[in-house]
Design a binder for this molecule. Structure first.
Ligand code: DAV
Length: 369
């Protein structure tokens, strides 16, 4: 602690940030990253918050297999791909950290409800890093209520090293937080969202960081109350812009809009028919159509998970090894793709961006927009 205090003073004098947690963008040079794990990955307890975001053909599977493990061979295949991803990151000079497995099939309860867990595969959903602040998100899914516990050893270490450690208000997640009359019918162009405004909830993956500007969306897990909580928590140094896309089942912004570098934006051509004004003047790459075969299981995502990339700096980008169209599009866009097999991991609902949390990137707080 004394050491951390001294380095904090030194960093203040030199104007350089040297704490263990510091990340302002999706593209500054990556120094340390958390990569999720699939140990114990299980179908969550059934709840009405699931159908609004599950692929239609998965609803029945989730209903009947609730509380049971995902198929062992799929978990093993995903675990092997995670190991390959970790090796690639380390070979590129990035320090990789992993969460601790916690029991996922033990029933826990609050005063109002009980549930089992899901996994610790997607640190991007659970934790939000903005500058030197690492924030535990008040997640809307009952099955993710204790997910942050898998990261507690790391959070404590980062705190002792000088990081700011915050958490959103612990949500109650009673029935009042979910629209009991939710149906899949659409009224007017906007998506029907299952979360109400009863209390603040958000997942970190509904926010994408571009220095002082943070792009957000409301979704089936992130409400206006949650976005407002974060806005006040972050204070005047940051501007949160809430955008709406052509996505009838939104949950997480990182398969819709991905700023890859200053002036370089990747968009989902189905969900972003018009480039938002904020990004006027940026070069825009429309994500090529995904090549994931129909027969490949995708439990919790659309095939647009192909655009869920991780930037190691302004040019190096980790991309799925079988996604040839994406690899060549990124090259033409002036980037250096690093291929990694990840299709089996994709089955669990995310790709390289979801599976990671960039704890530390070199760089300072700037405006890009
Ligand atoms: O199709 O937009 C993204 C999920 C990321 N956790 C989608 C799903």
């Amino acid at each position: 602690m004394t050491v951390a205090h001294t380095s904090e003073l030194a960093s203040k004098e030199s104007g350089q940030r040297t704490g263990p947690v510091c990340s302002y963008t999706e593209w500054d040079p990556l120094e340390e990253v958390i990569v999720g794990i699939v140990d114990g990955a299980s179908f969550p307890s059934w709840h009405m918050a699931l159908p609004p975001v599950l692929p239609e053909d998965q609803v029945e599977t989730f209903r009947t297999r609730a509380g049971r493990p995902f198929p062992a061979e799929q978990v093993d295949a995903a675990r092997r791909e995670l190991e390959e991803f970790v090796h690639i990151l380390e070979a590129e000079g990035v320090r990789v950290r992993r969460p601790e497995p916690i029991p996922q099939r033990t029933t826990y309860s609050t005063l109002d409800w009980s549930s089992t867990g899901m996994y610790a595969a997607m640190p991007r959903d659970t934790l939000l890093v903005v500058g030197e602040d690492i924030i535990e998100c008040p997640m809307a899914w009952r099955s993710r209520y204790y997910e942050a516990l898998a990261y507690r050893p790391l959070l404590k270490e980062y705190f002792h090293g000088g990081a700011r450690w915050s958490a959103g208000p612990k949500p109650e997640l009673t029935d009042a937080q979910f629209d009991q009359d939710w149906t899949d019918e659409h009224t007017g162009g906007s998506a029907n969202l299952v979360v109400t405004e009863f209390e603040p909830t958000f997942d970190a993956a509904d926010f994408i960081r571009c220095g002082r500007d943070i792009i957000a969306q409301m979704s089936n897990v992130t409400n206006a109350f949650g976005i407002e909580w974060l806005r006040r928590h972050l204070g005047d140094e940051y501007r949160i812009h809430v955008l709406e896309f052509d996505d009838s089942h939104p949950m997480h912004i990182d398969a819709t809009l991905m700023p890859l570098a200053p002036g370089k934006l990747l968009i989902n051509p189905e969900r972003v028919p018009e480039v938002p004004d904020l990004f006027k003047g940026w070069d825009v790459l429309e994500a090529p159509a995904p090549v994931i075969p129909d027969a490949h299981p995708l439990y919790m995502t659309s095939k647009w998970i192909n655009m869920n990339l991780l930037m190691l700096d302004e040019t190096r980008v980790v991309v799925e090894a079988q996604d040839e169209p994406m690899i060549s599009a990124l090259k033409k866009f002036g980037l250096t793709p690093i291929p990694c097999n990840f299709r089996n991991f994709n089955s669990f609902g995310g790709s390289f961006h979801c599976a990671t949390l960039d704890v530390r990137r070199r760089g300072t707080l700037q405006s890009y927009i």
